[in-house]
Design a protein around this ligand. Structure first.
Ligand SMILES: NC(=O)c1ccc[n+]([C@@H]2O[C@H](COP(=O)([O-])OP(=O)(O)OC[C@H]3O[C@@H](n4cnc5c(N)ncnc54)[C@H](OP(=O)(O)O)[C@@H]3O)[C@@H](O)[C@H]2O)c1
Length: 254
């Protein structure tokens, strides 16, 4: 399958490098397109229309607000069998279908962890008229992460969990590293210690099928140090902070 990318920014790069896609790429910043093409063994197209004309599957990787402007210059190149995958945050599937009449369009929401093969990919559970293409595209993205088929009404909330997750993980790790340094551990050791501890905690949670309460009880002796640490985190408003963060992201029109 010939794959094209419209836009060569952060998400396009994470996906193309994660998938190892020798894609055909256009970006208004030609040097950016060239850099990505060099990284993945792909090629630079002359225009967005050129990407569509020369690809079976085109992934829209420009900014959401650019849909109308990009489609105005490119949609005429839609041909028999053109598949389009939109990862434009907050843009409804119906709007992309209207912009690319004649193409088969799907909507996904990946996060940047696709670059390291540990992504989360929300996939609007709508196979339209093309169940075979729907399955093929799911299989493609499953190579770089876990695909979650969900109704479109849940895409914003999924984004507010998985899209932000790499940044949240970084902030939580940073806070723990700072606390460890304050307790006397050198920064470089603290960073490795926190990273390994987080990875171990996640591995146990996954083995226990995300039974968060069960895992917490298993490691919390009555009156022990873990109980005291957890109580301090609760008193510090950890849950309320995550609720506020969800509201903040949804309020921003994720
Ligand atoms: N970053 C994430 O974590 C993430 C996660 C999920 C989904 N997304 C979605 O991915 C899309 C891209 O986000 P991003 O973070 O990768 O943005 P980005 O780094 O700004 O990349 C967008 C690229 O598109 C280029 N572009 C602008 N107009 C164009 C046109 N007419 N034709 C072709 N390319 C054009 C931009 O060039 P200029 O900079 O010169 O304008 C830029 O290189 C967005 O729709 C976003 O909702 C992002």
């Amino acid at each position: 399958m010939r794959i094209g990318l419209i836009g060569a920014g952060n998400m396009a790069g994470a996906l193309a490098r994660g998938l190892g896609l020798p894609a055909r790429i256009f970006d208004v910043d030609v040097a950016r397109a060239q850099t990505l093409a060099d990284q993945v063994g792909g090629s630079v197209a002359a225009s967005n229309a050129d990407v569509i004309a020369g690809s079976d599957l085109v992934i829209l990787c420009h900014k959401p607000a650019q849909l109308t402007a990009v489609a105005a210059t490119a949609s005429a190149a839609v041909h028999q069998g053109t598949l389009i995958v939109s990862l434009l945050g907050g843009v409804a599937l119906a709007d992309v279908r209207a912009a690319y009449a004649g193409a088969t369009v799907f909507r996904i929401m990946p996060n940047t962890a696709v670059e390291v093969g540990a992504g989360v990919i929300g996939f609007v559970d709508d196979d339209g008229e093309a169940p075979e293409a729907f399955s093929a595209i799911q299989a493609l993205f499953a190579k770089v992460g876990e695909v979650f088929l969900i109704p479109e009404s849940q895409m914003a909330a999924l984004t507010a969990v998985s899209g932000v997750a790499p940044a949240y993980a970084a902030l939580v790790a940073e806070a723990q590293i700072d606390a460890a340094v304050r307790a006397g551990i050198p920064a470089a050791v603290a960073a490795r210690l926190v990273g390994a501890s987080m990875a171990g905690g996640v591995a146990i949670l996954q083995r226990e099928e995300m039974d968060t309460l069960g895992v917490r009880r298993a490691v919390t002796s009555p009156g022990g140090v873990t109980a005291r640490g957890l109580a301090a985190l609760e008193a510090g408003g950890l849950r309320a902070a995550f609720d506020d963060a969800m509201d903040a992201v949804l309020g921003a029109g994720a």
